[in-house]
Design a protein around this ligand. Structure first.
Ligand SMILES: Nc1ncnc2c1ncn2[C@@H]1O[C@H](COP(=O)(O)OP(=O)(O)OP(=O)(O)O)[C@@H](O)[C@H]1O
Length: 250
């Protein structure tokens, strides 16, 4: 029997400020599956991730997390999110403090973290190889260590789906290998992984599938560096259908 679908998008259209960004995008990620979201700059990868997580609204189509439509989804602890590294701006917070915030999805607002939470945090820091860095300021870490902190933060909610936006950006090759090993182990333990990548790189060995976006559409094949997408065939043949965003024929 196929593993359950953790996140699905069906025929999703998104526009921002009247500009069509995603068109007729359908994807899914199952438990124990690692899927790469590939594509060139501006192809819509981050927009798709943010739409799947309900951060951005979609105008058409359906997005479901764990079988529930995203506007009504409540079990956010089931989803770990690692945003783009550059999106995290912290000054003096320690590694332990940042990772601890991942437990907040299990608590009501302003509730203190308890001993069980602290044990999960310690266990997760150990898992990512940073047990001895809990008291260190985040800003003092290397690029690879920072990514481990952000992954640990996402993992402390004990999620079933991990969504990461370019987790290897700015990380040296050796650390990329280590992160790929860690994610491969988590995938083997049942975690579903959706990861935005510019290229597969060291992650190739743990990926089950790749989905390529080009100009906001899913296309066949791998992204071609410097390509304007015009040579790539749309994965979903929509010829003759009206594009609800552009208002014309696709
Ligand atoms: N808030 C916004 N307002 C206007 N346009 C936006 C906004 N967010 C994204 N876009 C546009 O949507 C398109 C897709 O952007 P997105 O960040 O999703 O691409 P990406 O594939 O993640 O790119 P990159 O690899 O460079 O991060 C781009 O043309 C971008 O300029």
């Amino acid at each position: 029997m196929a593993a359950p679908e953790l996140v699905t998008a069906e025929h999703v259209y998104v526009s921002i400020g009247g500009m069509p960004i995603l068109r007729d995008v359908s994807i899914s990620v199952r438990a124990s599956e690692a899927v790469a979201l590939l594509g060139g700059n501006g192809s819509g990868k981050s927009t798709l991730v943010r739409t799947l997580l309900g951060i951005l609204p979609h105008q058409q189509g359906e997005v479901k997390l764990f079988g529930h439509s995203v506007p009504g989804f409540r079990d956010w602890w089931k989803v770990g999110y690692v945003p783009q590294h550059s999106a995290i701006a912290v000054s003096n917070a320690t590694v332990g403090e940042i990772v601890s915030t991942g437990r907040l999805a299990h608590h009501r607002p302003f509730q203190w973290l308890n001993r069980g939470d602290r044990e999960v945090v310690a266990r997760t820091l150990d898992l990512v190889g940073l047990a001895d860095r809990a008291a260190w300021p985040f800003r003092s870490l290397s690029g690879g260590q920072k990514q481990r902190v952000l992954i640990a933060r996402a993992l402390t909610s004990e999620p079933e789906l991990l969504v990461m936006d370019e987790p290897l950006a700015g990380v040296d090759l050796h650390s990329q290998d280590g992160l790929a090993d860690l994610l491969g182990r988590l995938r083997d333990d049942g975690l579903g992984i959706l990861v935005v990548l510019h290229e597969r790189g060291p992650m190739a060995r743990i990926l089950d599938r790749g989905i390529t976006l080009c100009d906001g559409r899913v296309v066949e094949g791998e992204p071609i560096l410097g390509s304007t997408c015009t040579d790539e065939k749309p994965h979903h043949d929509t010829i003759g259908l009206t594009d609800p965003i552009a208002g014309g024929l696709t």
